[in-house]
Design a protein around this ligand. Sequence first.
Ligand SMILES: [Zn+2]
Length: 93
Amino acid sequence: MLFLSGIHPKRKASLLTKEEKTALFKACKSVMEEAIAKHGRLAESDLFDKPGNYVPILNKETLGAPCPNCGTPIEKAAIAGSASYFCPKCQKI
Ligand SMILES: [Zn+2]
């Protein structure tokens, strides 16, 4: 969601512009619709035990791989106890 909206995972939500909030809202809606349609994340299942098939654009497998937009290697950051993968060029703080 953050990758699609061009927002760095360490960016404070209180500093987002109106345009960034709009982009993030649209990305959240788009990603959630895709994840629901695919019954959730790969290796998980939905409430009806249908196996999930959703894979985020950036994930642990893409760490160090070229960004799909600009080719910059994907990086990882620890955010609130969770790993976040991002492009340091496309996603500005
Ligand atoms: Zn990039």
